[in-house]
Design a protein around this ligand. Structure first.
Ligand code: B12
Ligand code: SF4
Length: 489
């Protein structure tokens, strides 16, 4: 059985996006499902790192039995295009899509050239798909073979779609480690800023919070599951890369797991620089634990600080506070941990609101601020509530960098004010290269030093697009529906 798994390229040249400049992680969804079929011949193509000609060439020459791809909302159409090409070149291959977008917005893929949508987590169902598909000779395969499978939407021979999300949730320790060796051709090309080469691991699923702009808790059906600390340590030790990103949406949840991780990393002398995502209230409540994790390599934490407005925090059902934001930023700094803070501007912002947010970010002193635009993503409560207000359902614009609902300011003024967060970037550079942090964490800075010139160059090049308000207007031209300004608050 030959299986081709494709990570789509997310954006066209000169479009706004994170992946060329800030953070390019391994396609963990694909290595994870590949690990479930060790007997199969599996190839992974990461189209972010390939020229466009490679995919049609490989489809023609290798003729896989199954072509799978993945997508978050912004990649929705690129993933569709991957499977369309597969259908054109290898018509008898089964086409499968999984990931957040198809789980939350399945109708995007009810098209002729997609056979199966995997809804939610994919390991068990992928194993089953391959078993059933492989059990018959190539010429006799039909999608009817998959009828009755749990966890998929399936296109039947009569063109009808049926299925639904599976209820099973295997223990994470029981699942095999992702097949990272399938990415050998791309070794060294994944990074977070200057942390390169970087490995990517995923050590928990779900989140026990329920912010209304986020669908993580819905995707995992409100369950949270964890890889045990000992297995995390095994997986970290198995990485050749000096830098590791633990991608979990909310890694910092269980104190016992983190204490144990620190102990195992110490005992086994596993020396890696690692980064992760965590909430400010957890950091604020556990300063001693954070200090301990810093000693075993914790080098960066990405947190959604979101806003300078206590009412808005409540409105997002974030359940953190401005006070916890402030304390978290301070605790991270004291421990020489680089804090990446995600903030959001809202479409109803007026000039003074932008100013107040940027002042707040400067005062917080996070090393890497990222200012996004509040976006109702499919599957979220916000989507359900605001779908009727959307100015477009063109998913390329759902990258949290474009306003897809009406703005209070005229759009040109809105984006002019949005890109003014450039000033915050300048302060943050000072925080990133802060002398005290550098002295404390000299080993990290020394290891990453060869990458600094490249990082700065990439950043400067990208900033020409990022901080020019016309980039946003160009991206949305012809896509965003006209609307009356001055939307009500
Ligand atoms: C790493 C990461 C990134 C990386 C890139 C990831 C990649 N594709 O290589 C970077 C940093 C670039 C990134 C960027 C963005 N991201 Co992001 N990211 C993640 C994160 C934290 C981990 C992804 C991951 O590796 N997961 C681990 C794997 C194992 O899980 P999985 O992908 O769900 O795969 C499982 C199933 O979905 C299924 N499956 C998935 N694909 C396939 C394919 C097949 C064939 C099969 C059978 C099964 C299957 O099986 C897998 C195993 O169970 C997720 C959060 C999350 N929980 O996943 C957010 C997440 C995917 N990102 C999100 C968002 C919003 C973004 C951004 C738009 C905004 C931002 N500022 O972060 C940008 C967009 C960039 C762009 N493309 O323009 C949202 C997406 C929501 C949505 N509706 O799409 C998520 C879910 C976070 C969230 N809190 O909501 N991201
Ligand atoms: S935004 Fe973060 S804390 Fe809130 S539900 Fe999503 S993952 Fe959890």
């Amino acid at each position: 059985m030959k299986i081709l798994l494709v990570q789509p390229a997310p954006f066209e040249e000169r479009r706004l996006g994170l992946e060329n400049t800030m953070w390019r992680s391994e396609p963990v969804s694909l290595t994870t499902i590949a690990a479930m079929v060790p007997e199969a011949e599996v190839r992974i193509l990461d189209m972010r790192l390939e020229s466009t000609a490679v995919l049609p060439e490989l489809l023609s020459s290798w003729r896989p039995d199954v072509v799978g791809t993945t997508a978050m909302t912004t990649d929705a159409y690129q993933a569709q295009a991957v499977l369309r090409l597969a259908r054109q070149i290898v018509p008898d291959a089964l086409t499968v899509i999984g990931g957040h977008h198809c789980t939350m917005n399945a109708e995007s893929y009810y098209v002729d050239w997609v056979d199966v949508l995997v809804l939610g987590e994919g390991e068990l169902v992928f194993r089953e798909i391959i078993d059933r598909w492989g059990a018959t000779p190539r010429g006799e395969r039909t999608t009817a073979l998959l009828d009755g499978l749990q966890g998929v939407d399936l296109r039947l021979a009569n063109g009808r779609w049926k299925g639904g999300k599976a209820k099973n949730a295997p223990s994470l320790d029981a699942l095999p480690a992702p097949a990272r060796h399938l990415l050998d051709a791309y070794k060294g090309q994944y990074f977070f800023l200057a942390a390169q080469p970087m490995a990517s691991l995923f050590t928990s699923r779900g989140c026990s919070f329920d912010c209304n702009f986020c669908a993580i808790w819905e995707f995992y059906d409100r369950r949270t599951r964890f890889l045990s600390a000992d297995v995390i340590a095994d997986r970290m030790a198995a990485c050749d890369e000096p830098f590791i990103f633990l991608l979990d949406d909310n890694f910092m949840t269980r104190v016992d797991r983190l204490e144990r991780l620190a102990t195992v990393l110490e005992e086994r002398k596993i020396k890696k620089f690692w980064m992760t995502q965590g909430r400010s209230d957890f950091i604020a409540a556990n300063p001693a634990l954070i200090a301990r994790l810093a000693k075993v390599g914790l080098m960066g934490v990405l947190s959604g600080y979101e806003t300078n407005d206590a009412n808005a925090l409540e409105g997002l059902r974030k359940r953190s506070t401005l006070d916890s934001n402030q304390r978290a930023a301070r605790i991270l700094k004291e421990n020489g941990i680089i804090s990446t803070g995600i903030f959001m501007v809202r479409p109803d912002f007026e000039v003074a609101d932008f100013e107040a947010l940027y002042d707040y970010i400067e005062a917080l002193g996070v090393a890497i601020p990222l200012v996004t635009i509040l976006t109702p993503l499919p599957g979220t409560e916000m989507w359900k509530k605001h779908r009727h207000e959307l100015l477009t359902e063109d998913f390329r614009l759902f990258d949290l960098l474009h306003a897809v609902t009406p703005t209070r300011l005229p759009r040109e003024d809105f984006y002019k004010n949005y890109v003014a967060w450039k000033r915050v970037g300048r302060t943050s550079m000072k925080n990133f290269f802060d002398r005290r942090t550098m002295m404390k964490r000299w080993d990290f800075y020394a290891r990453a030093a060869p990458n600094f010139p490249g990082m700065v160059l990439k950043r400067i090049r990208y900033q020409r697009i990022q901080f020019d308000y016309r980039s946003y207007l160009r991206d949305e031209a012809g896509i965003i529906r006209e609307h009356h300004q001055h939307a009500s608050r």
